[in-house]
Design a protein around this ligand. Structure first.
Ligand SMILES: Nc1ncnc2c1ncn2[C@@H]1O[C@H](COP(=O)(O)OP(=O)(O)OP(=O)(O)O)[C@@H](O)[C@H]1O
Length: 310
């Protein structure tokens, strides 16, 4: 059976708070799909509904074509990390995983395999209560992988990770997708998903506002802009603007230019005796692409965290 998640028309309210308002998207195998949006947009609630932890008022959520409660061996279909803090702090990491594994009829050998996969072997016998948040995230990911699931769903796994952990998790997510798994990862920081996500589902106020490949998003946000690196940004902007270009400073020494071809830019800078070290096609960051995407979505921008007791 193919690894997929299909969410269709989900609606969910908590009292008067509308958490999901027609959430619809799908997650395909072999790709890392970033699930992004501001606090309170409905990412965690969607994941909880997919896992059958919250009942939707309307709509369907299917994993490999079935609702969670109809999967025969759920952990071999879907592994999830929703809350890295949810563990017995007095148990060792290995003890925690053994307890989970035994309750699902899985072997101690699998526990040691997943500990190795997430780089926790040497810390496996320490009490999980003494783990840093980054180590807890790794332990949560190990637990998610116990059943060797076709679909992996992680809620903000970058939280609390140090730079080395972030680099590790990026590579790890990519390798899970390369093995053909469907990977859904929520985040509210685009920078975390840079060079990791293939596809982006952006949500605001309980519904999808964009569902697109990252390559298309970055392509659209990059446009036909050219990046110029220079030690003289003011002079560069002045001479290019006089030549008819639209210019914007995007860093201390980088300017983006539209309206002039790269060879013309070089000519203009040379004629103006303005120093530059690079003229190249501008590639927008995922953050820029996201801002571009959400610029017109007034409703999305207005989405703010709602203070409601969980
Ligand atoms: N158990 C609950 N009881 C009441 N309201 C809830 C509950 N769970 C979620 N909500 C509300 O539903 C909305 C969506 O919350 P959700 O946690 O799904 O958003 P999120 O996108 O995951 O946010 P974050 O990025 O902060 O984790 C919010 O307004 C939230 O306060």
């Amino acid at each position: 059976m193919e690894a997929t998640i299909e969410v269709s028309g989900l609606r969910k309210s908590f009292g008067r708070t509308v958490a999901l308002d027609g959430m619809t998207f799908s997650v395909r195998p072999g790709l890392v799909t970033g699930f992004v949006g501001p606090n309170g947009a409905g990412k965690s609630t969607t994941m909880r509904v997919i896992l059958g932890l919250n009942a939707a008022n309307e709509g369907t959520a299917l994993i490999s074509g079935k609702p969670y409660h109809r999967l025969r061996h759920p952990l071999s279909h879907v592994g999830s990390l929703l809350d890295a803090a949810a563990l017995h702090s007095s148990r060792s990491a290995r003890g925690h995983l053994l307890w989970l594994a035994h309750s699902q009829g899985m072997s101690a050998r699998r526990v040691d395999e997943v500990l190795e996969l997430v780089g926790l072997t040497s810390a496996a016998r320490r009490k999980a209560g003494g783990y840093s948040l980054g180590m807890r995230q790794r332990l949560g990911i190990a637990a998610a992988l116990l059943g060797d699931p076709a679909t992996v769903m992680l809620d903000e796994p970058f939280n609390g990770m140090d730079p080395e952990g972030i680099v590790w998790i990026r590579g790890f997510l990519r390798s899970l997708a390369a093995q053909g798994r469907a990977v859904l990862v929520s985040s509210h920081l685009m920078s975390e998903l840079e060079d990791t996500a293939d596809h982006l589902v952006a949500v605001g106020r309980g519904k999808v506002i964009a569902d697109s490949s990252v390559a298309d998003l970055i392509g659209a946000a990059s446009g036909s802009r050219v990046a110029v690196r220079t030690t003289a940004p003011q002079d560069t902007m002045r001479v290019l603007a006089v030549a008819g270009a639209t210019v914007a400073a995007i860093g201390r020494d980088t300017i983006t230019v539209s309206g002039l071809a790269p060879d013309r830019i070089v000519t203009v800078l040379n004629e103006g005796a303005v120093p530059f070290s690079e003229v190249s096609a501008h590639r927008a960051t995922l953050e820029e692409a996201y801002m571009e995407l959400t610029r017109n979505a007034v409703e999305f921008r207005a989405a703010m965290p709602t203070e409601v007791a969980r």
